[in-house]
Design a binder for this molecule. Structure first.
Ligand SMILES: [Fe+2]
Length: 587
């Protein structure tokens, strides 16, 4: 429930304001309530999970909080206020919203009547109880000359502290984008990367794999209880989309790799409650169809951000790389390959794809940016190398095999064809040893769908940028055509991909522990033609800056996630380039 009538809560006095603003961080960290005097304990409300804002438009923004009486399960009537000043003297939007058991005591409202390109302060009030004060902003006016984003993915609570969130709040940006794995559904023991964190206190509340509405609500609450999450959300408006772990690992439109109906129950039921909890706990604009979260934002004619939904609405089931690469026999390989090149194989589904085409065709913005989950760039390696790398990551012999295969390949690649011995010649034979992407859950497993989107951008003559998460590592790549329908377009550059490292989830240092990070970097950068730069072991986030002339990525790393005492550095800075990376031809 909401309305936009005159403000009901009084403006804070100067003293109350100083208490509020100066203690916001401390109160947030303590998960406490900001309360005036005079309220009885029975009417005191806890705002234990801070405040958040999101999905800004030119005249409105979503405001979010969680509110619960200390001694009652009754619904909490809240007044929200949006002001141009931190003292709330100039309240420009206000109304009522209820936090009740129906929404897990979360409250979300679309605060309207705002002005474009404006910063605001907001809060929620119930009697004498007042939430923390958040800051937000609307989408910029058409005269905007620069817009900045902090881009995140993969914040696995038990694996470490969310120092990347704290750092982004400190360094600042106009908006934040979360590309998914905002929560993880795993329980203790089912987590694949847990070698270094067993003594971290954060493990204690993350013990069961979540299946029910109550489970998903509790998990979201755990993540929102994190002090650095609260600080980030109170500071920067968020545009978020889910990846797989908001429901279950490697999910697709009909199921998930990690969901076993025999033990986990009906998949659609699970997904329904998972997405309900997501909409309750995230500052996202919720429509009639909770699955349909693809949407566009226009940033002052500079950037059109198209947030894509890549998991639940249209994605066909993943292909097994072991089948595609021929490790499970020719019959399975032929079947996997037929699926791989199937003309109507989907990642987004036809409805979303048509929507995206329409959005890009009508957008006047300089930069067309896809906010999506999995790597879109062609992360291709020869099948021989790939299959060696696909072994057991804990098996040192398998990893040594992988290193030997890569070394042999790079040696052969460095020679002219006439100088290669027969083994090397066979290794470089594209027919015998085709190049495949290393992860078929990414766009490399949906090559026709990817080619369609890149082809659309090429035809529309748009500058295309993909923002990606998912891998927990940092990447900067060219986006090029495969030339599937028109060989003349093979390797034509269409855009670039800037991929953010994980906030805390483990990366290649966990999956390829035998290799030194510098080795992993060297191998990827030399094997994958379209890859300009990567980092294989550091956590952090990506800051993007757009002007009419330039798009620039800055990868900001934290030195550790096992303590909240950390240092940060800009690990790499790269501008968008229209010219493709120079590559030595290997075949
Ligand atoms: Fe992840």
């Amino acid at each position: 429930m909401e309305n936009n009538s005159a403000p009901k809560a009084k403006a804070l006095s100067r003293r109350e304001f100083i208490v509020n603003v100066s203690s916001v961080s401390a109160v947030l960290a303590a998960g406490g309530v900001l309360s005036g005097c005079g309220g009885g304990a029975e009417t005191l409300v806890d705002f234990n999970y801070g405040v958040a804002s999101g999905d800004p438009l030119k005249d409105r923004v979503i405001l979010w909080t969680h509110a619960k009486y200390q001694n009652s399960v009754a619904p909490v009537d809240l007044t929200y206020e949006v002001a141009t000043d931190p003292e709330f003297r100039s309240v420009v939007s206000s109304g009522q919203v209820v936090a009740s058991a129906n929404t897990g005591y979360t409250a979300k409202v679309d605060a309207t009547g705002l002005t474009e390109g404006q910063s605001y302060f907001y809060r929620f009030v119930s009697g004498d109880s007042v939430s923390a004060v958040g800051q937000t902003r609307t989408l910029p006016s058409s005269s905007a000359t620069e817009v900045t984003f902090s881009v995140f993915s993969c914040a696995d609570y038990p694996l470490g502290y969310f120092n990347a969130y704290a750092e982004a709040a400190k360094r600042g940006s106009d908006f934040a984008i979360h590309l998914g794995d905002y929560i993880y559904e795993y329980g203790t023991g089912s987590m694949p990367t847990q070698t270094v964190i067993l003594d971290l206190q954060r493990y204690a509340d993350h013990t069961n794999e979540i299946l029910t509405l109550d489970d998903y609500r509790k998990r979201h609450a755990l993540y929102k209880s994190d002090p650095d999450s609260k600080i980030l959300h109170a500071k920067i408006p968020l545009i978020a989309g889910w990846d797989d772990h908001e429901v279950s690992n490697d999910n697709y439109k009909d199921g998930a790799e990690a969901h076993d109906p025999a033990t986990d129950g009906n998949y659609v039921d699970r997904r329904t409650v998972a997405l309900q909890a997501y909409h309750e706990w995230m500052p996202i604009r919720t429509g009639a169809d909770k699955m349909k979260i693809y949407r566009s934002f226009d940033f002052g004619g500079l950037v059109s951000l198209h947030m894509l939904e890549t998991r639940n609405t249209g994605r066909d089931k993943q292909i097994a790389i072991t089948e595609l690469a021929g490790l499970e026999g020719t019959t399975k390989k032929a079947r996997a390959y037929a699926e791989y090149i199937r003309a109507d194989r989907q990642m987004l589904g036809t409805t979303q794809l048509a929507w995206l085409q329409q959005q890009m065709a009508t957008s006047q913005a300089t930069w067309q940016v896809l906010g999506q989950q999995v790597l879109m760039a062609r992360m291709e390696s020869p099948a021989s190398v790939l299959t060696k790398l696909n072994g057991d990551s804990r098996n040192q012999n398998a990893q040594a095999d992988g290193l030997a295969a890569i070394t042999a390949y790079l040696t052969a690649k460095g020679k002219s064809p006439a100088d290669r011995d027969p083994v090397e010649t066979a290794l470089m034979d594209l027919n015998q040893n085709p190049k495949l992407g290393y992860n078929p859950d990414a766009w490399d497993g949906y090559i026709v769908a990817r080619e369609t989107i890149l082809g659309m951008a090429l035809q529309l003559n748009k500058k295309l940028i993909s923002l990606a998460g998912d891998t927990h590592n940092a990447w900067h790549s060219d986006l090029t055509m495969m030339g599937l329908a028109n060989p003349a377009l093979a390797n034509v550059k269409v855009g670039e991909e800037f991929a953010t490292p994980g906030v805390s989830s483990g990366g290649f240092e966990e999956y390829l522990p035998v290799f030194e990070p510098a080795q992993v970097k060297y191998l990827f950068e030399n094997i994958v033609d379209d890859l300009r730069w990567m980092d294989s072991y550091r956590r952090g986030y990506l800051k993007m800056t757009f002007t009419a002339a330039e798009a620039k990525g800055e990868w900001i790393f934290v030195d550790q996630v096992l303590s909240r005492n950390y240092t940060s550095s800009i690990g790499h800075t790269a501008p968008y380039r229209t010219v493709k990376k120079a590559v030595t031809p290997d075949y």
